[in-house]
Ligand binder design. Structure first.
Ligand SMILES: Cc1cc2nc3c(=O)[nH]c(=O)nc-3n(C[C@H](O)[C@H](O)[C@H](O)COP(=O)(O)O)c2cc1C
Length: 173
């Protein structure tokens, strides 16, 4: 799909069929996450594939936002591995890296006909407990995904667009 059409057409899918995502499709989505740029190319992303009944049951104890998706990718970053802006304020790159990884996988999924919703509304403590994450893994984003139900529709939020003057500043600063 042409890129600008893809980003215009994508919307958060919150209703799915139970058809599993084909392994080859999932592999291509994950590859998009591996190709993402990260600070200093350190690649601190750690992506958990959750598509078994057991994993999805655990996930349901962490969030109400799975929306019945048959698969979810939990994007974590390794806080001990990610780059830090040491010379100035020590700000870590992990959240930014994880957001780019998640975005690339979200758009790759769209290009492959797979619906997604990016979910931040999860309990990080429950995620750590349910999936026994290593201490250095920070859960950053959850991408629930699957084949959109035939009647899946964009929410009204999809089209709510802030005015350009609120978002873009030309010759002001
Ligand atoms: C960082 C981030 C966190 C989000 N968290 C949630 C969430 O927890 N639950 C949910 O239903 N949607 C979540 N969304 C989806 C947004 O609500 C959605 O992208 C936005 O309303 C625009 O709609 P659209 O994706 O259909 O264009 C999140 C999106 C982003 C980028």
């Amino acid at each position: 799909m042409e890129y600008f059409k893809l980003i215009a057409d994508r919307f958060s899918v919150r209703k799915f069929t139970q058809e599993p995502i084909a392994e080859e499709t999932l592999a291509r989505i994950l590859q998009a996450g591996m190709l993402a740029p990260t600070a200093k190319n350190i690649q601190p992303q750690r992506i958990l594939v959750l598509n078994t009944c057991a994993a999805l049951e655990k996930l349901d104890r962490c969030t109400a936002c799975r929306f019945g998706a048959p698969c979810a990718l939990l994007v974590c970053y390794d806080k001990d591995a990610c780059w830090k802006r040491e010379r100035f304020d020590n700000k870590p790159s992990g959240e930014t890296d994880a957001a780019i990884v998640t975005t690339q996988m979200m758009l790759a999924a769209t290009a492959l006909g797979i619906g997604t919703t990016w979910v931040m509304h999860f309990d990080p403590a429950a995620v750590r407990r349910e999936f026994a994450l290593p201490a250095s893994f920070e859960p950053a984003a959850l991408l629930v995904m699957g084949h959109a139900a035939p009647d899946a529709k964009p929410s009204p939020m999809h089209t709510a667009s802030a005015p350009a003057e609120q978002l873009i500043f030309r010759n002001k600063f």
